[in-house]
Design a protein. Structure first.
Length: 499
């Protein structure tokens, strides 16, 4: 979905908008797909479990976008509420569509099973490219301190959402024919009991453990990069927008490559390849740390694109494995549960990254990072254009950790800052590489899932999965909302410099 960046509001409120939007999204987005999936599976509307939720979800999204487009101005709180409502609405439709796709995928022949889901995500990433291109080229003008002499307002951007969502609803929903389920809705108690038994199966609890642990560790990175890039050289809004376009392009290409060449190849080896590829790209940031030639916005775009290509191989496996472990009528909750474990684990990743960031103060303080900044003579060439006007701050500088007065009377040398950045990068890559230790828990391939399904269930493992889920939901959400409140935004866990 098109979502404008915070530069559309006055400078005094942009950081607060970013914090509110991040916190609100954390409460309702992918980390809670389990609830949306369970709702679609257990509460039919007019006897159907999928199509009505798509209609209601996208219809509400369209209506809120239309309301947003029609109002002449919007304040911070109103914008947050509107975007929160749109997020809840489109997630309702998204989870129902996911469940429908999983159900269709279970009917595929064994040798091609997973093709429907991978194709669907290729299409999704392709439309994400279009969305990012709209933001990069049309929402990149004077109102947002962008690169062009023209640009859309937030209300005008919402008109694009209204037209696109309305057109897609009219072109797709009338032609989707859902067959009513042959059995009446299950009582909630029976549904929960069956789900708990499913969590006890070796294939399921091993998969959940592997995906949760590898996600929490493999996505660790040098959290100081965004702040350092903002201080060392200016990344233009156009470069940020094009980076998003290219990243989605690589996700689409990687997903298609997996479908075309690796659909029946070892999940473990493919997942390990993705982890190793991501860490190799993370190490490339050392070139930016030590060499001025790589303090360049286009170099950052290139490395982020490579990162997404490697990540695509880990992402797609977590998707296509769901049809192998689901049961009829449980497609939404199983798909939502796997997504909830993985996305809540990413909140743990963010907290770990913030703790690493606090190990060396020079990595978190703009004043100390600035000793390695490019000179004015080279800044324009590195950014691909002139530095930003004085009244326009870059998005990265607004959303990065707040600057603070250095705790030392004298600033460190550039060599010291580079050394600390190198240590942070290497430590993050080392910890992320530890995720390879958990890959062996993952089933080898589809046939291995069938073998594991024949093994006895483990009640202890089932209870452990429930405890893990509850812990991730409460702890992960807590970490995600810490930056919202001034009293906790300064905590190192929240990315602050300490209270």
């Amino acid at each position: 979905m098109l979502r404008p960046h915070p530069n559309s509001v006055p400078l005094a409120t942009r950081c607060r908008l970013t914090e509110w939007m991040h916190g609100y999204s954390a409460l309702v987005r992918w980390g809670y797909k389990l609830l949306y999936g369970a709702l679609a599976d257990t509460v039919p509307i007019c006897g159907l479990h999928r199509k009505p939720y798509m209609i209601v979800g996208w219809g509400l999204t369209w209506a809120v976008a239309l309301f947003f487009a029609l109002i002449p101005s919007v304040d911070l709180q109103m914008a947050s509420v509107l975007f929160l409502t749109m997020t809840v609405a489109y997630l309702m439709a998204d989870c129902a569509a996911d469940a429908a796709l999983v159900g269709l995928s279970t009917r595929e022949p064994l040798e091609t099973r997973g093709s429907i889901l991978s194709t669907a995500y290729c299409i999704r990433f392709s439309f994400n490219i279009c969305s990012a291109a709209v933001i990069a080229f049309l929402y990149n003008g004077p109102p947002t301190c962008g690169d062009f002499a023209f640009g859309l307002s937030t209300q005008q951007l919402m008109w694009i959402v209204v037209v696109v969502v309305g057109a897609l609803m009219g072109l797709t929903l009338p032609f989707y024919d859902e067959t009513p389920p042959p059995h009446p809705p299950r009582p909630l108690r029976e549904f929960v009991a069956q789900l708990y038994e499913l969590l006890q199966q070796p294939a399921v609890w091993r998969l959940i453990t592997a995906l949760t642990a590898t996600t929490a560790l493999a996505l660790m990175s040098n959290q100081a990069q965004t702040n350092a890039n903002s201080v060392w050289f200016h990344i233009q809004p156009l470069q940020l927008g094009l980076s998003t376009c290219f990243q989605n392009l690589m996700l689409a290409v990687g997903t298609y490559a997996y479908k075309r060449y690796l659909l029946n190849y070892s999940w473990r080896r493919t997942y390990a390849f993705g982890i190793v590829g991501m860490q190799a790209v993370n190490l490339l940031y050392l070139l930016t740390v030590y060499l001025n030639a790589f303090k360049n916005g286009w170099w950052v775009v290139f490395t982020q694109v490579d990162m997404e290509f490697a990540y695509a191989f880990t992402f797609v496996i977590g998707i296509i494995i769901v049809p192998e472990i689901t049961l009829p009528g449980y497609e939404g909750v199983i798909y939502g549960a796997i997504t909830t474990y993985v996305n809540q684990a990413q909140n743990i990743t963010n907290a770990l990254n913030n703790l690493l960031l606090a190990l060396w103060p020079s990595n978190a303080l703009n004043a100390q990072l600035a000793v390695c900044a490019l000179t004015n003579a080279t800044l324009a060439g590195a950014s691909g254009g002139a530095p930003p006007p004085a009244h326009c701050e870059s998005l990265s500088s607004l959303t990065a950790a707040p600057s603070a007065t250095p705790p030392f009377p004298a600033l460190p040398s550039c060599a010291t800052v580079q050394y600390h950045m190198m240590l942070l990068t290497v430590v993050a890559v080392g910890l992320a590489s530890c995720s390879l230790c958990f890959v062996w828990l993952m089933p080898e391939q589809k046939a291995h899932v069938a073998v594991l399904a024949m093994q006895p269930r483990s009640p202890c493992a089932g209870r452990a999965m429930v405890v893990l889920l509850l812990s991730l939901v409460f702890v992960g959400t807590g970490f995600a909302v810490l930056p919202i409140f001034p009293l906790t935004a300064c905590l190192r866990l929240a990315g602050g410099t300490g209270c």
